[in-house]
Ligand binder design. Structure first.
Ligand code: NAD
Length: 278
């Protein structure tokens, strides 16, 4: 088995999370077990799934058959929007599908401010954490006011906020709020979901050439140097290796600034303030 040299990041209260994992959003259930098994085989130790992805059972099967000790794999799943008022039950369903008695990180998937249920869900997650069945709890797609409400009402600060963040959408104000409050950022869509012209930009190609890396590796390294947690999605074995080959080089300040300069306010996912799918 290959051990990849992936560093840990420490979340509040000491939970260690591998900075790099693999995400399984839009990975077909029929493909998920083999993708996760391959990821674990090549050395990934962090899997990001969600009840809404419909593939928790397959993630669980891959973990069970990996032969790895439970404490060696970091598993995140997420509470779906329709279940915010029944989080405790929904969490148990996720655990059962994953064949686990605890997860490492449990997140509220979207804030859904139009329904006003996220605070109640957060209180349920606080209870789940107290019971020891989630080592850490956090949120996803929360804006500053959504975070502030949870903190004001419960005094419990989310360990992470998992948000769309990539060179074209850098969320600087939100990122600064998270930094000030000790909330780690997990960047979803770290490669802009492969939907942009990013990888063809001449400056990025030049930086990639200079380091003997691919444009995707340069963008992932840009995240890593800002202490973000990432789990780029891929179903291809060679890209699992490519996306993990980030820890033997560093971008200079000038190179970081070039990518910083790509900020365009362009999001590819839904707007968290109005996203009401359940
Ligand atoms: P991503 O930025 O990881 O993009 C994935 C796409 O990038 C792939 O489909 C592939 O086309 C391309 N890609 C991957 N590796 C590449 C490489 N080395 N070179 C070139 N192209 C490459 O986007 P994502 O899948 O949306 O985000 C990653 C993970 O974040 C998801 O799998 C999921 O776990 C999580 N996520 C969370 C939310 C949320 O609301 N919390 C939303 C979306 C995704």
């Amino acid at each position: 088995m290959t051990a990849l040299p992936i560093p840990n990041i420490e979340l509040q209260h000491g939970t260690q999370i591998p900075q790099l994992g693999v995400g399984v959003f839009l990975v077909e259930p029929s493909e998920t077990e083999s993708v996760v098994s391959t990821a674990l085989e090549v050395g990934y130790r962090h899997i990001d799934t969600a009840a809404a992805y419909g593939n928790e059972a397959e993630v669980g099967r891959a973990i069970a058959s990996s032969g790895l000790a439970r404490e060696d794999v970091f598993v995140t799943t997420k509470l779906w929007n329709a279940d915010q008022a029944r989080a405790a039950d929904a969490f148990q369903v996720s655990l059962d599908k994953l064949q686990l008695d605890r997860v490492d990180l449990y997140l509220i998937h979207w804030p859904q401010p139009m329904f006003g249920e996220a605070l109640g869900a957060w209180k349920a997650l606080v209870d789940i954490a107290a019971s020891g069945r989630a080592a850490a709890i956090g949120v996803s797609n929360f804006e500053i006011d959504h975070l502030q409400q949870l903190i004001d009402e419960t005094g419990v600060v989310p360990a992470v906020n998992q948000i769309e963040l990539h060179p074209l959408h850098q969320r600087r104000e939100l990122a600064e709020f998270c930094r000030e409050h000790g909330i780690a950022i997990e960047a979803w869509g770290p490669l802009a979901q492969g939907k942009s012209d990013l990888f063809e930009r001449p400056e990025l190609l030049e930086i990639a050439r200079a380091h003997g890396k691919t444009p995707a590796q340069i963008v992932l390294r840009w995240h890593v140097q800002q202490e973000r947690i990432i789990f780029p999605k891929t179903t291809r074995r060679e890209r699992l290796f490519e996306n993990a080959d980030l820890f033997d080089f560093a971008l200079s300040d000038a190179e970081m600034s070039v990518i910083d300069g790509y900020e365009a306010g362009t999001n590819f996912g839904p707007d968290p303030r109005t996203f009401d799918a359940r």
